[in-house]
Design a protein around this ligand. Structure first.
Ligand code: C2E
Ligand code: CA
Ligand code: CA
Ligand code: CA
Length: 281
């Protein structure tokens, strides 16, 4: 038994060791990802729930890792926040997403698209010069500020309030809209929410998952939707997978949604086809 314990420990130690090496490798590889042109974008439609019309798109980043294949953000965004590479990655995402949007928007099929939604990490937002960078990318791509929706987290708005709020006001002053992503998972109080310089609430998928089975969950989502209406904020429900979800949300007056029911995140080419009407989402 004693030697067994030793062996188990050794296995455990080796696994830890390998995990550490993996993270170290990922960190240094992440610094090469933007210059090495390894970042990719997928786009997920955001639809007008009553009509099903595609009104916007959310850009979601992927990393084409030279050895590990296509990685999702959950496998690298946290590490990139830690080592700071998220600033370069986020800059690339913003430029690429707007460049692509301008292309679509100028094609007949894409003329009805209203906006591109781009995720901004806390570290990226707090990096001095972020607002100037956004202004530059708009000028460079020819995108109008109204075409851009920046998705930030609740915690960013809650912490570090002075500088962050000033920057949010400046961005909104330019005509850019701000969304709170994963709304409901943080700790914002109601009174705070009414003062936040934001335009859109995105209700986290975890709230949508259970609305068909739990009247409490249903009531909670209804409350968020009516709260948003009172505060004159737009609402997007995330993670809509079932038609029952969609119907329930339409029933409570939730205007917008996204989820696998409509489309998974897909490539720019697939969006182009989707807009041209050659495929259904
Ligand atoms: P998020 O912003 O909440 O994005 C929604 C995530 O839910 C996406 O995962 C999307 O693929 C997934 N999703 C959408 N609809 C459904 C559905 O109906 N069912 C299920 N099961 N999932 C659905 P993804 O692309 O893996 O992104 C994960 C997270 O990574 C994002 O969560 C966001 O926080 C972050 N992220 C993605 N792109 C970027 C980026 O460019 N910059 C930063 N800083 N973070 C990003
Ligand atoms: Ca998001
Ligand atoms: Ca979200
Ligand atoms: Ca999320």
């Amino acid at each position: 038994a004693k030697t067994d314990g030793k062996r188990t420990w050794r296995l455990y130690r080796d696994e830890l060791h390998q995990e550490m090496i993996r993270r170290l490798e990922m960190r240094s590889a992440l610094n090469e990802a933007v210059p090495g042109e390894q970042m990719r974008l997928r786009y997920q439609p955001i639809v007008d729930l009553p009509t099903g019309e595609v009104v916007g798109l959310e850009a979601l980043v992927r990393w084409q890792h030279p050895a590990r294949g296509l990685l999702g953000p959950n496998e690298f965004i946290e590490l990139s926040e830690e080592n700071g590479s998220v600033v370069a990655i986020g800059g690339w995402v913003l430029r690429e997403a707007l460049r692509t949007f301008v292309n679509w928007h100028s094609s007949p099929a894409g003329a009805s698209l209203r906006y591109m939604s781009v995720n901004v990490s806390a570290r990226q937002f707090r990096t001095p010069g972020f607002v100037d960078q956004v202004r530059e990318v708009l000028a460079e791509t020819g995108a109008r500020p109204e075409w851009l929706l920046l998705e930030i987290t609740e915690s960013l708005v809650l912490h570090d309030a002075d500088q962050v709020w000033a920057d949010l006001r400046e961005l909104r002053g330019m005509g850019i809209r701000i969304a709170i992503d994963d709304f409901g998972t943080g700790y914002s109080s109601l009174s705070y929410l009414s003062q936040m310089p934001v335009d859109v609430l995105k209700i986290d998928k975890s709230f949508i998952d259970d609305i068909l089975h739990s009247t409490q969950q249903m009531a909670l989502v209804e409350t968020i939707v009516s709260l948003a209406r009172t505060l004159e904020l737009a609402v997007v429900a995330e993670g809509i997978e079932l038609d029952g979800h969609r119907q329930a949300l339409v029933g409570m007056g939730c205007p917008y949604g996204q989820g696998y029911l409509f489309s998974k995140p897909v490539t720019a080419d697939e969006i182009h086809q989707l807009l041209a009407g050659t495929t259904t989402p």
